[in-house]
Design a protein around this ligand. Structure first.
Ligand code: FES
Length: 417
């Protein structure tokens, strides 16, 4: 007998709902009447007004075909859950599990498989009796991903060299990918991260759009950020290759900003050597696993430890293996409610040991998403953080403040924007 606690559904708590409409506007709900428990709206709600319940109603069994074999699964579950019941596994990267499903909120399309001959996202699609499922995409499938932008940018991201962050003109065009493997309560870009409704783009459509934007705004830098852009590896690799093909000139800069959590060495090699990435921003966010979990909202300690390690390893690998070839920027989110000064110092020392000249960009985290209670750090506090980090031996500390960015200067902090 199926344990009733196995099935979770989500309902809105009207007392906490602010009626912002984000869940209906952005989330591609598989069944608005009979929740299938995908939890995409639960993760997306900026007010935490979506609550999880154990569904104790009885469920019938339905028949589905998976890779040519017949299975019986419960009704009113996602295809992902149905496949798990059939014994298939899901992982965060292509090297683990039968299917990659790192965001599980419908934005990244990494999980795309074939359902009745068409591409579908099992993480946010409900299972139906008689479905014919293949645990791979349909024949001829071109990778898809939900992407926002392109838009011009005056400051860029953590992987943008500080000396061009002048704030007087556009310096980059950027796109932002939906879907993330983190659940940061203070997500600074949640409207992109949790979007599962915008029609997805192929890598070729996105690269064309970015190239047109580059020409229109007269810039050389083209950036991709998120959400987490590295989640759908085939999409990202194709996108960058096409972008390089459309922008073969030496001035073109291909900039990737990432949390670094799935950036293994072979992935970095592929991005840099085969796909032409010239600038990389990586944000390990913390040194201690407990802090990383607080910032990212991850509750699985083992997974958090693995992500944190992969991110720091990625910093180390790019700094040592690709020092001459790639511009590296490291990101550190700062807010005293998230990370203490002691750990900020540890972060600086750890980075200085890897490369004292690496650019460290400290971002003053402001109230956002579910952490409206945060107070944006005062510029003086950010300058104090900057001095503390410089004392660890780092030569290139940039801090973002409410009055602009401050870059390195041997005569004292200099506002560059
Ligand atoms: S894991 Fe299904 S869309 Fe990201």
């Amino acid at each position: 007998m199926e344990g009733k606690k196995r099935f979770r559904i989500c309902r809105v708590d009207k007392a906490e709902c602010a009626e912002c409409g984000f869940c209906t506007r952005a989330v591609d709900c598989p069944d608005t009447k009979n929740c299938v428990g995908c939890m995409a709206c639960y993760f997306a709600c900026p007010f935490g007004a979506r609550k999880i319940f154990h569904d104790t109603r009885s469920r019938g069994q339905i028949s589905i075909e998976v890779d040519g074999r017949e299975y019986k699964v419960p009704e009113r579950v996602t295809i992902k859950k149905a496949l798990e019941i059939c014994g298939f596994t899901f992982g965060y990267t292509r090297d683990e599990g039968d299917i990659t499903a790192p965001c599980s909120t419908g934005g990244c399309y990494s999980c795309a498989i074939s359902v009745d001959g068409k591409a579908a996202r099992p993480c946010i699609s409900g299972v139906k009796g008689g479905m014919k499922i293949l645990t791979r995409p349909p024949k001829g499938y071109v990778p898809l991903r939900i992407v926002h932008g392109p838009q011009p940018h005056m400051v860029g991201g953590k992987g943008t060299p500080w000396w061009i962050k002048m704030g007087e003109d556009y310096i980059e065009v950027a796109m932002w990918t939906a879907g993330c493997n983190m659940r940061c309560p203070q997500c600074q870009n949640y409207t992109t991260t949790y979007d599962s409704k915008t029609p997805p783009m192929t890598p070729f459509e996105a690269a064309r759009g970015m190239t047109e934007a580059r020409r229109y705004y007269g810039v050389d830098r083209m950036a991709i950020s998120g959400g987490e852009p590295t989640l759908n590896r085939p999409w990202l690799v194709e996108f960058l290759k096409e972008l390089k093909r459309l922008n073969p000139d030496r001035d073109a800069r291909l900039h990737l900003d990432s949390n670094g959590t799935v950036l293994t060495r072979d992935y970095l090699d592929e991005l840099i050597l085969a796909s032409g990435v010239t600038d990389i921003g990586i944000e390990p966010k913390a040194v201690r696993v407990s802090t990383f979990m607080r910032i990212t909202g991850l509750s699985d300690k083992k997974l958090a430890a693995r992500f944190l390690k992969t991110s720091w390893d990625a910093v180390d690998y790019v700094a040592t293996r690709y020092k001459e070839k790639v511009f590296l920027g490291v990101g550190l989110p700062y807010n005293s409610a998230l990370i203490g000064l002691d750990e900020v110092r540890q972060f600086g020392s750890k980075l200085a040991k890897i490369d004292r000249d690496a650019q460290l960009c400290v971002l003053d985290y402001f109230p956002a998403f579910r952490r409206q209670d945060l107070e944006r750090p005062h510029p003086e506090e950010m300058l104090k953080v900057k001095r503390l980090l410089e004392k660890t031996g780092l030569t290139t500390v940039v801090v973002q403040t409410s009055i602009g960015h401050f870059g390195p200067d041997k005569n004292g902090p200099k506002k560059v924007f």
